[in-house]
Design a protein around this ligand. Sequence first.
Ligand code: F6P
Length: 383
Amino acid sequence: MLKKVAILANGGDVAGFNAVIRGIVKTAENNDIECYGFIDGYNGLLKNNFEKLSTAEEGNAEGILPKGGSIIGSSTNANVFNYKVINENGEVEYKDLSDICIENIKKDEFDCIFALGGDGTQKSARDFFVKGVNIIGVPKTIDNDVACTEITFGYNTAVSVAMEAIDRLHTTGETHHRIMVLEVMGRYAGWIALESAIAGGADVALIPEIPYDINSVASKIKNRQKRGKNFSVVVVAEGAKPLDGEITVAGTRDNGKGVDNTKLGGVGEKVARELEKLTGLEARNTTLGYMQRGGTPTAFDRVLSTKYGTKAMQLALEGKFGTLAVIKNGKLDSVPLEDVVGNNKEIGAVSGNTANSNQRKVTMDDDLVKTARSVGINLGDWE
Ligand code: F6P
């Protein structure tokens, strides 16, 4: 019998966090289960910082379906299995503090923890499960790259924001006869770039999975010029890289040990400068950045997030701990967290969110790749 459960939202925020929280809380309340939220992801679990969640009138989880962000915060640097601490000598050390979290869960008698997050979050969830915690994951990320599910919540909203940007860049590009480059997020996977390019009718989409030849892109643009089209829209994922080249790094971030701490950015500007040289057209870059994460979720994401939230609570009621709520063949389902984590088996060694973690990337036989090619979107190769 479940009496008391808690939710944590972890990793970069997405539209839909609150809709998932609401789905869990409502289903819990309908089953007479108390629901709490740990503040700022795994950091809240470590510091034992939580609050009661309620959808009763004036309750904190009431009216949150359309709200962006997360009412219980989120954290991008909370790998409690490899946590950054400053020792007595003022030096940085990384420690496994997961046992403190487990003590906190036991002390307050939480029967189940829901971990909303991407591959890093699910890696920690799996590690907690191995250590005996009743935990259930819900797959979040705008990048849509969590393994074992067909779609993550937050992704559709990011694609919609990118599509709107493409629409707007089209009209200004056409007016000034320019190449308009749009840099979107997508660290290791190009889903946002690919799908928004199709939705917005862009001419080029460069994704991490296909190292690009800038000459191929230039030739696509020149062919358009020959047909009297003196403007083009080029969508570039932040993790796209040239053939025999590297990803473009803007700086570092402090997301803990064992994760990819590079802050990506700059590939859009780079592509714009190269295309100017190769085509003779003026080029401008726009970096969409955090616009893709903030704000209200689309109808699709509100529904998907609600489905995920209710499914997660259902899994808890059935005692199916150590699983991730997923969409498989278009339907709600669940898979063991072990399958999601895949090759990062060792507890705490890495937290996911590395180039080697078990992410779902764009494959060349994906319908989106075939569709993009069929409508003439250049993918930076010569196919
Ligand atoms: O993982 C999602 C993502 O949006 C990536 O595409 C991006 O590289 C990263 O988050 C940026 O996160 P932050 O700047 O919050 O560390």
